[in-house]
Design a protein. Structure first.
Length: 269
């Protein structure tokens, strides 16, 4: 099935995260030219080199949005200067500090909102005028399944969840304001992606209990009254394929959606 993505240009923030890098690889498979933004320059350049080795054009821009608030705008401008356009904007950047509310400082709140919301607002503000001139575009923001409900002991991160709720609401506002200009904006709500911290923790629990990492995953969630419909964590590529769908012609009548990609966790809360 033709996704209509070949020849398009995608800008991805948070491209060094497991989900962001998976999105880059999946879009590269559709022959999408890529502009990647991330904080870890060594990892970023490695991902870019991998993409270029597949014959796909790739721009890599390192930056720290906490230290430099202008970084998102400069990234988008660099994308347009290199490729002449930006058809797709995927915002996968985020910071996640896990600590109880009374141990969370003002600085923690400011940093979380700076990365998880304000920098994404700036990236969208920079990209949308180009999309308007082109006659349309796609925006996919990565929120989180935890916006549905906190679980005490499992989701001890009120500042993280608050920022992700704000991001989902912001995405809906974009869809309403710019849908008439053929700019589609959607958010995804991933949960339990098979990322390095989870991999390490689950393997440690599995070794201690004499079970598989998948069973350790199910037991961990059951301790908090949650049983996912799929009894395993997500591979980041599974999340990335949802982004691909929302960025493609296959989703041409979907905007303002908040799409769970969580193995059924949200419905079990």
């Amino acid at each position: 099935m033709d996704t209509g993505l070949s020849g398009k240009v995608a800008a991805i923030t948070g491209a060094t995260s497991p989900i962001g890098s998976a999105v880059a690889r999946v879009l590269a498979g559709e022959r999408v030219s890529l502009a990647l933004f991330g904080r870890n320059d060594v990892r970023l350049q490695g991902i870019a080199a991998e993409i270029r080795a597949r014959g796909v054009a790739c721009l890599a821009v390192a930056g720290d949005v906490v230290k430099d608030r202008s970084a998102p705008e400069r990234f988008i401008q660099g994308c347009v200067e290199r490729f002449g356009r930006v058809d797709i904007l995927v915002n996968a950047m985020g910071v996640h500090q896990v600590r109880p509310f009374l141990e969370t400082s003002d600085e923690d709140w400011y940093e979380t909102f700076e990365v998880n919301l304000f920098s994404i607002v700036r990236a969208c503000r920079a990209a949308i005028p180009h999309m308007e001139r082109q006659g349309g575009g796609r925006i996919v923001n990565v929120s989180a399944a935890s916006i549905h409900r906190h679980l005490a002991g499992l989701d001890v991160h009120p500042h993280f969840t608050a920022s992700k709720i704000a991001l989902a609401s912001f995405t809906k506002s974009l869809s309403r304001e710019f849908g008439g200009k053929n700019i589609l904006a959607n958010a995804i709500l991933p949960a339990n992606a098979w990322e390095p911290p989870m991999v390490e923790a689950l393997h440690a629990e599995a070794r201690a209990s004499g079970v598989s990492p998948e069973e350790a995953f199910v037991r961990r969630l059951e301790r908090y009254g949650v049983r996912p419909d799929l009894h395993r964590p997500a591979d980041p590529e599974e999340v990335a394929k949802t982004v691909l769908f929302l960025a493609s012609d296959l989703s041409s009548y979907i905007t303002g959606a908040v799409v769970p990609v969580d193995g059924g966790v949200s419905e079990s809360l």
